[in-house]
Design a protein around this ligand. Structure first.
Ligand code: CA
Length: 513
């Protein structure tokens, strides 16, 4: 035991690829000048945990290599054992989108994985939920307060009568009026709202609360063939606020009765729709949590599930690695199309890809978006990229999909829910209390120190990979089993135990008026 502790305190670094000329410091709280590694390298300065040290002398202008890829160029000469902080690195240009190799390295199909199941709620359309929730849609922000008032009463007065229903969730947002509803890019928020209501966790029960004069007509949120699904506040039949709330509650109760008949049944793992995301990344994200998630993602793909990874600005700088993996030309071109759309979206706003990295990322050792991207795409595992979704599009196929979204945690979460995600796996290095009301979120820590400190917020510790206590394979299998447990309702993630959830946040790239 004491030997173990002593071994853990030995100065350690992680070098990921033979070609790398930098490595990251593993030890909690970093290492002081003079710390000597087993390789013989001695630090010339303090290096914080997760930050890079040079393994060899790097001359001015020479590339700095991590993951076997160039993450930048030395602005000044860097000596072996020095701290390679972001100020010493010039960021390379993003890969040109017209020169990418497409489908040149399509991975062979992975061997099928049979026999894994979870207990889910099967819907009439064949989709399967991991929760049983009444989701109430809204067509405009004007009704938000009313809906929250009504939902509070539904939770207190009605929900206890329907014990098989987990929750009632108001799908409120800032869209619906004061927006350029006919602008080409308005398709994104409108499609997102339409598809959100169809998330498998809501069991196909549609109810929309609208005002009556908004630009986004409430009818547009009701799928064809569904009747009596709208409560319009300005409807002249309503005599005051009390009557409106009563109408919402009556409509809600009719749906709670139906949802209450849902029961969990054994479903193959192929019925899962899993979203992957990261937030508050650090230099360990690409070493521990994301590789473990990537391994679990391969297991899910092998089991026939749908898996989505997202966050355009975090794949843009490593897109050349993804287009090669596209299963065919069409998928490769769709990847390029989404990158090009986002490039122009950022340019319109006078920003570029460097706007992505946060102060927390940099404090955690990520020098720039290139380094962050290389660590981020590891989440996608090693299978072929089977399909691409534009923001808010519904997933209709199995395998590893790229669902184009901003990297913003809340917007990515909302868009993945619209795409049909029933469970999200979220990796974090810096730590975040992030959670979603509509689907369980498994939070995976990149470092054991965070997992210990946030023992009642973090669901899974991938940090043992860095200390050598566990392999990526073992950790990936553990995570895969936890996904099946959480999808079955056997294990509740911390955000659900505390009931702490982020707002739905729409992506509206169109103008407001
Ligand atoms: Ca994110």
């Amino acid at each position: 035991m004491d030997q173990d502790v002593a071994a853990k305190e030995q100065p350690r670094y992680i070098k990921l690829n033979e070609r790398d000329n930098v490595a990251i410091v593993v030890n909690d709280f970093g290492l002081p000048a003079g710390a000597r590694f087993a390789s013989g390298l001695t630090l010339r300065a303090f290096v914080p945990q997760g930050h890079k040290t040079a393994l060899v002398d790097v001359a001015e202008g020479e590339p700095i290599i991590r993951y076997g890829e160039i993450i930048g160029y030395a602005l000044k000469p860097i000596l072996a054992g020095e701290w390679v902080d972001e100020a010493r690195i010039r960021m390379p240009e993003a890969p040109a989108l017209d020169k990418l190799e497409i489908s040149t390295a399509v991975p062979a199909p992975l061997p099928p994985l049979e026999g894994f199941t979870f207990e889910g709620y099967r819907n009439p359309d064949g989709s399967v939920g991991t929760k049983n929730i009444l989701g109430i849609s809204s067509s405009v922000q004007c009704v938000k307060g009313t809906m929250e008032y009504a939902v509070k009463r539904i939770r207190a007065e009605l929900l206890p009568k329907y014990p098989n229903v987990d929750d009632v969730v108001p799908l409120t947002h800032a869209y619906g009026c004061g927006v350029a509803i006919s602008a080409p890019d308005a398709v994104v928020p409108i499609r997102t709202l339409q598809n959100l209501a169809l998330n498998p966790n809501f069991g196909g029960e549609i109810l929309v609360v609208g005002l009556g004069c908004e630009k986004l007509a409430p009818e547009r949120l009701v799928p064809e063939g569904v009747n009596d699904a709208i409560v319009r506040m300005q409807d002249e039949a309503f005599d005051g606020f009390g009557a409106i709330v009563e109408a919402i509650m009556t409509q809600a109760e009719a749906r709670l009765k139906v949802l209450n008949t849902r029961k969990r049944e054994t479903c193959p793992a192929s019925d899962l729709v899993i979203g992957l995301q990261c937030g508050g990344s650090d230099a360990f994200s690409g070493v521990t949590a994301n590789p473990a998630v990537g391994f679990a993602a391969d297991l899910l793909v092998r089991a026939g599930a749908t898996v989505m990874f997202s966050e355009v600005t975090e794949v843009r700088d490593a897109i050349q690695l993804l287009t090669r993996r596209a299963i065919n030309e069409d998928v490769g071109r769709a990847l390029v199309r989404e990158m090009a759309w986002y490039d122009s979206y950022l340019a319109r706003g006078g920003a570029d890809r460097s706007a992505n990295t946060t102060p927390g990322n940099k404090k955690g050792g990520l020098a720039n978006i290139v380094e962050k991207s290389l660590g981020s795409i590891v989440k996608s595992g090693s299978s072929a990229i089977a399909g691409v979704l534009s923001p808010g599009e519904k997933a209709t196929q199995k395998g590893m999909l790229f669902a184009a979204t901003p990297a913003s945690d809340f917007i990515c979460g909302t868009l993945q829910l619209a795409s049909g995600m029933t469970l999200q796996v979220f990796t974090t290095g810096r730590g975040t209390p992030y959670g979603l009301a509509a689907a369980p979120v498994i939070k995976v820590a990149t470092r054991s120190e965070l997992a210990r400190r946030w023992k009642d917020l973090i669901d899974f510790d991938a940090g043992k990979i860095a200390t050598g206590e566990k392999t990526i394979e073992e950790t990936g299998w553990d995570l895969f089993r936890l996904i099946l447990d959480v999808a079955s309702g056997r294990t509740k993630p911390w955000s659900d135990r505390w009931g702490i959830h982020n707002d739905l946040t729409l992506f509206n790239p169109a103008p407001v008026t």
